[in-house]
Design a protein. Structure first.
Length: 119
């Protein structure tokens, strides 16, 4: 089992920055990749960013490229999502998720943290 806890959400104005954190505990040695997803009201959950264990590979949805940066501190079992130049359309509940080695899907999810960007 892996437990994931997100933090760092809040209410900000357009153009501001926020940094989300996702702390992992439990069988963290099984984690291969970590991802951030978000779900806005009335919309389906969407992929935001992903990073592999070594941190050498990162991926982003086009809408956040150049504004968001995913990183990880393996010593702290923590993944971060630095969000700059926030826009109202970034408003959503943000979830982190982990993908185990050998797995094809994200198998553990956090409870989510709300990010609200006012115009």
């Amino acid at each position: 089992q892996v437990q994931l806890v997100e933090s760092g959400g809040g209410l900000v104005q357009a153009g501001d920055s926020l940094r989300l954190s996702c702390a992992a505990s439990g069988r963290t040695f099984r984690i291969y990749a970590m991802g951030w997803f978000r779900q806005a009201p009335g919309k389906e959950r969407e992929f935001v960013a992903r990073i592999t264990r070594g941190g050498g590979s990162t991926y982003y949805v086009d809408s956040v490229k150049g504004r968001f940066t995913i990183s990880r501190d393996n010593a702290k079992n923590t993944v971060y999502l630095q969000m700059n130049s926030l826009k109202p359309e970034d408003t959503a509940v943000y979830y982190c998720a982990s993908q185990s080695s050998g797995g094809l899907e994200y198998d553990y999810w956090g409870q989510g943290t709300q990010v609200t960007v006012s115009s």
